[in-house]
Design a protein around this ligand. Sequence first.
Ligand code: MG
Length: 255
Amino acid sequence: MSTNLITGNKTPEQMQALRQSGRRLAEVLAAVRGFVRPGVSELDIDAFAAREIAARGAVATYKTDEVKFPNVICISTNDEVVHGIPTDYVLEQGDVVSFDLVIAYEGMKTDAAFTMVVGEKPSGVKKHLINVTERSLYAAIDAIHGPVMTGDIGAAVEKVLTAGKLGVIRELVGHGVGLEMHMPPEVPNYGKKGSGVLLQPGEVIAIEPMATLGGERVRQLSDGWTISTRDSSLSAHFEHTILITETGAEILTKV
Ligand code: MG
């Protein structure tokens, strides 16, 4: 393993904590998915997530002094893309909602996100949006066979999103993660194979495609956090924290 990793050399204890962090994060997000239903407010879900995180001995990184987000989980509904602040909005059947969460366990941070439709099985354009965006994440993970350029990852994401005729959000990017919530390098959701930054076995990154049913442009709301699509189109967001290995990628944020 290289001794000079961009995302930081980690001790065996830190690597173990990272895997435990990722598993806990996946468990919390699965619990959130099960809790979501029409009639539940975003703030109800935030409180639920806070309990699930605490029950696992983890810390909600967003709500720390380090980040200063007002809540534990980002909830981005319909045309909101990411970093939505939970409000008293009561979810309705058919809403397209993205949940993005970072937790720390024994100091090691992992980051993951998913999008779902409230109260019904996704169908039509919503199903297309969600399925293609999720598929682009796994295409990127499958494109990793050991050392990899960030451009290889971006190209794999972009190819799937473009083939699905979705808007590729380029203003927001994946990133290194682990010792900190956001570390170099940036991992864009577009790019050219062979370009960008070389990632070596032992690097830990968050890959997080964001896509829309409309245009690619986004704007930040006056709350200083929430990012929405400019054309009010629906958007989706899927994210895993992964470890680059000698031969591939290990998804850390899974149960
Ligand atoms: Mg992230």
